[in-house]
Design a protein. Structure first.
Length: 115
């Protein structure tokens, strides 16, 4: 196994080392003592066990830092303007619909007061 005297860094284990730890866990070894011996939290052992059950391996899903995305092309100015124009038109229609609903509501109230 690896040297566990690293300061400020988490110990890294190979897939084979993780499998041997899970085998010890499966054979009934105390999980808390095993985790203390390895310098990890016991929840890590349970996470590895779950990963082995669901994925079939213990390889990290995303090794290292995520890759940078290439910069996106600037948006098309005309398409952007058309999108805003539709938005303004839609806003006018929404305001008109809201005003009509309010008129109907007020007419209903006036009708109730006349009775």
């Amino acid at each position: 196994m690896q040297e566990l005297e690293m300061v400020g860094r988490k110990p890294r284990f190979s897939e084979q080392e993780k499998l041997s730890m899970l085998l010890r866990m499966q054979n009934g070894e105390n999980v808390s003592r095993l985790a203390d011996e390895l310098g990890i939290h016991r929840q890590r052992l349970y996470a590895w066990r779950e990963q082995l059950r669901t994925c079939g391996n213990l390889m990290p899903s995303r090794p290292g830092r995520p890759k940078k995305r290439p910069p996106e092309a600037p948006p098309d100015r005309d398409a952007l303007a058309a999108g805003f124009a539709l938005s303004a038109e839609q806003r006018r229609a929404d305001v008109l619909a809201k005003a009509r609903r309010r008129i109907v509501e007020l007419e209903r109230k006036i009708g109730q007061h006349k009775v």
